[in-house]
Ligand binder design. Sequence first.
Ligand code: FAD
Length: 488
Amino acid sequence: ASTPFDFDLLVLGSGPGGYSAAFRAADLGLKVVLVERYAELGGVCLNVGCIPSKALLHVAAVLEEASHLGALGVEFGPPTLDLGKLRTHKTKVIGKLTGGLAAMAKMRKVTVLRGYGAFVGPHQVQVEATHGSGQEQTGSKQIVSFKACIIAVGSQAVRLPFMPDDPRVVDSTGALALPGVPKNMLIIGGGIIGLEMGTVYSALGARLDVVEMQDGLMPGADRDLVKVWEKMNKGRFDRILLKTKTVAATATAEGIRVQFEGLDGSTSEGRYDLVLQAVGRTPNGHKIAAEQAGVAVSERGFIGVDAQMRSNVPHIFAIGDVVGQPMLAHKAVHEAHVAAEVVAGELLGRPELAAAAFDARVIPSVAYTDPELAWVGLTEEQAKAQGIAVRKGLFPWSASGRALANGCEQGFTKLLFDDRPEAGGHGRILGGGIVGRHAGDLIGEVALAIEMGADAVDIGKTIHPHPTLGESIGLAAEAAHGSCTDLP
Ligand code: FAD
């Protein structure tokens, strides 16, 4: 067909959002180009995020578990570390996945252009070729035109302006490179990313301090579960500084000296061999000349979209970290499928696809620490703030045969059901959280229950296999509707 455009769809950025959008659109029959500045596809998640962090956390979990086996009569010698081999393991896992993506793109006939993309008009992006492992621009430019575009340019780590430029000060990417094992490490920011990296370094032998502005670690998670997590992790930390700001830092021969200021005005300091800045991520919306296409970008760099992931310009969509919180890979993938279907539906005249919309009730969050902490839907604090009366279903894992057998009986499962009068005693599940081994794998069931509008009887009467950690979800639901169980 004669078309003035090079492609039906240009996808800018190849993270979980970008590659998912490109693949779905190609599967639906569109001619797609995927633009990525880095040599490898996969974005932050595959290259410097979800996957490498989990490759290292796996090792941390095994080390931790082995260290407890002495009490069960199995002794190992002290572990010896070969950081080179550990790095190779991580690199191999990444390589398999990014290589797989390149093969899938080829199979689907998605054109992959390596280069830095920026808008030069509403239907044109200029791609400046990049080379090397970084993103050095080569000066060779080409203009690519498209009918529709999906922006999936992600986010990058925030840097504190006063931090010295020193190899001992890193962000999550620097920490994942595993430059060595420090004696003392400071984690600035007690959220998921900081505490995951802390878990890795502590398992390898580092002592940790963590500083957090909020009044608790893991902001956003249910406080009952965080309490259990903190109790189990106490041994890793020399200091947990809450309601405290990091205000200054200097590089010295003995380490990085860091000054703290409590919200109550108190001051303190510390000296560290490694400082990890994990204070959040900022969207890349201001780096693509979006104004050339008329796309509105907020001051902070987010691109506003509607439920179909459409920006203020009707043929330009945006997905993933660049559209807002939570900045999570599984959210990006779901948004990607919506955007790709809407574009394909409109270009191919298929109204059933064009009607796609992002309609998730909940998006689960998981800290893959040791133990894992996972939550979805409302927390008790959020329900209270919204004036929603809840009925709680609590199940301590000390009553689970499987948890006892596995030596993880400190875990805890908590479910929340709607207890407002209009729910008539059969309120639907509103949220839930789990702290304990494999919590991240278990939380999917709670997310499904919320999506399906299950109540405590639905979940409690669903036969869970015995003996499993997943049983704790059924048992917590039973606790909420008041029946008792015979199963330990
Ligand atoms: P990104 O993955 O950021 O990809 C954007 C891509 O666009 C990049 O490849 C970038 O190079 C490219 N790009 C940007 N600008 C341009 C341009 N102008 N031209 C060409 N290319 C461009 N999430 C989870 O769900 N689970 C986890 O366990 C998890 N762990 C994490 C651990 C760490 C250490 C970090 C940092 C993040 C983690 N995340 C996790 C978050 C997750 O990585 C992100 O939410 C996800 O990668 C966002 O996907 P995205 O497609 O929006 O963007």
